[in-house]
Design a protein around this ligand. Structure first.
Ligand code: NAP
Length: 480
């Protein structure tokens, strides 16, 4: 019996792949009332995935119907809902169930839920996502504001936008997309930028009906999208993170610089938009229209620091009061929670909080010592960046499925990595992470853990694919 936590992209993937393996005794638990994960939670105007549509799909379930080169959030949500129905996952889904405790007792995972429901399973798949707990800024006076105020992932669609004075705090991928969507619609849109970001130019055209029809033929779609060529691009991107002198790093740095130089007419505004860190240090922002949006007559870039929020709006440190009707906090997420706040206790009473006391860690992002038969998708230290996490989760599943086959074959009752394997992996990973642009590029970002060391996979994509293809059994403990 397998329990899956989370019905986002990764949880649905697990459900489909378990079916493929013929494992039918499966429950996918979801705290919300719908599938979709991050695409359910985020509904802000302009919500788009900056990974090209046809590369942001399951490899086994292409979607000829994407309307745009970059997929709009609502289409992604609809895609996951369709996939769920097509693969008959509804029977396995239990909504409104928030897991609070998981404990490995007598060879099984015992699960408890906020509702009072309890369950047990031989195998637990944690597919709980990475960016799901909004990070609220520490700005005084937020309660005093008389207008509307919410985090980007908690968008209140009853609040009118047209003609209103809107302040957006934060210039990550989210803030930039919101500014692009609202410039021209809002009466005034103010973008509060604490740190300027590099913006990679991109285009976001529409697929014609004829193209969408043609893409129904998988061979046509594959030829048009060149999936292998795209993966080579992902590899070059990861190489650029490691080596600032690589062709990819130079290409992206040049493209961002040209975009800024040519995209912003006013030299004073251009300087305020010029980042003080190296491109790729923070997650690169891909945008076809941000520079255009911020130069709209009704848009204003605010680079003065925020002093406080008052009843009427935002007071910046220069003393100016910016009168606003709506404040949007596009201030990011706590990227280090993963399954938490649920408590998890493994073998011999080992608990997750102790293992993760200084920072979340997992061998190959998948398994942890003394947490047998618990496998994570998009867990800590896995690859993250400007590429598809669907693809990453599929490779991780390839690895996990090999462990499940060993359990099913009766080769072991319990599988997890050894303590030594995690320690060696984590030491090598941390050292490699210090050589990446995330560490050396002169910026702060959510990629860094509490120690200030990048938390992600610090090697190439091809190395990741290779490590996922074949488990190193010497690093895994199989208990019979
Ligand atoms: P983020 O990248 O963490 O950016 C948060 C922003 O809020 C930063 O600009 C930060 O400034 C600012 N901020 C935080 N606290 C502040 C404060 N007290 N005062 C002023 N500014 C403050 O968050 P995000 O934009 O939501 O994006 C998070 C991640 O979600 C992305 O990196 C990406 O992985 C994913 N995402 C992806 C897409 C996509 O298209 N694929 C779209 C949206 C989001 P500093 O830079 O100075 O810290």
């Amino acid at each position: 019996r397998v329990a899956v936590l989370g019905a986002g992209m990764a949880g649905l993937l697990a459900g489909i792949k378990l079916q493929e393996m013929g494992i039918r005794d499966v429950t996918i638990y979801e705290k919300a009332d719908r599938v979709g994960g991050t695409w359910r939670e985020n509904t802000y105007p302009g919500l788009t995935c900056d990974v090209p549509s046809h590369h942001y799909t399951y490899s086994f379930e292409r979607n000829p119907d994407w309307t745009r080169h970059l997929p709009p959030g609502p289409e992604i949500q609809a895609y996951f809902e369709r996939v769920c129905v097509k693969y008959g996952l509804e029977a396995q889904l239990r909504f409104g169930e928030k897991a609070t405790h998981a404990e490995f007792l007598d060879g099984r995972w015992q699960l408890r839920f906020e509702s009072g429901h309890a369950d047990s399973a031989d195998v637990l798949i944690a597919a709980t996502g990475v960016l799901h707990r909004p990070r609220l800024p520490n700005i005084s006076g937020m309660d005093a504001f008389k207008g509307d105020l919410f985090h980007s992932a908690r968008w209140d669609h009853t609040v009118p936008l047209e003609g209103r004075r809107i302040g957006v705090i934060g210039s990550g991928s989210t803030g930039v997309q919101i500014i692009s969507a609202l410039a021209g619609l809002a009466g005034l849109i103010e973008h509060y930028q604490r740190t300027a970001q590099w913006i990679m130019p991109t285009e976001n055209g529409y697929y014609s009906e004829a193209e969408r029809e043609a893409f129904r033929d998988p061979a046509v779609l594959a030829a048009a999208m060149d999936f292998e060529g795209y993966n080579a691009g992902v590899d070059a991107y990861t190489q650029a993170i490691i080596d600032e002198n690589s062709d990819g790093a130079r290409y992206m740095a040049d493209a961002c610089l040209q975009n800024l130089e040519q995209g912003v007419a006013d030299p004073e505004l251009r300087e305020r938009l010029r980042p003080d860190h190296r491109p790729l240090c923070k997650r690169l922002i891909f945008s076809p229209d941000y520079y255009q949006a911020i130069q709209h007559p009704q848009a204003r870039l605010v680079t003065e620091g925020i002093d406080r929020i008052e009843a009427a709006g935002i007071r910046t440190v220069d003393g100016e009061l910016h009168a606003l009707d709506l404040i949007v906090l596009a201030t990011g997420f706590h990227a280090d929670t993963f399954m938490r706040p649920m408590t998890m206790t493994g073998r011999n009473g080992v608990d997750l909080e102790t293992l993760w006391a200084d920072h979340p860690k997992a061998y190959l992002a998948i398994t942890m010592p003394d947490f047998p038969n618990l496998f994570m998708l998009n867990g800590p230290n896995g690859p993250v960046g400007n590429f598809s996490l669907i693809d990453i989760a599929e490779h991780q599943w390839g690895y996990i499925s090999q462990l499940l086959e060993r359990l099913r074959a009766g080769d072991a009752m319990e599988i997890c990595c050894s303590k030594d394997a995690l320690e060696t992996f984590e030491n090598e990973r941390s050292e490699a992470a210090k050589k990446t642009v995330w560490y050396t590029g002169g910026c702060h970002s959510w990629y860094l853990d509490a120690r200030g060391i990048p938390a992600s996979w610090p090697w190439t994509y091809s190395r990741f694919v290779e490590r996922m293809a074949t488990p190193n059994w010497a690093d895994l403990e199989l208990v019979c």
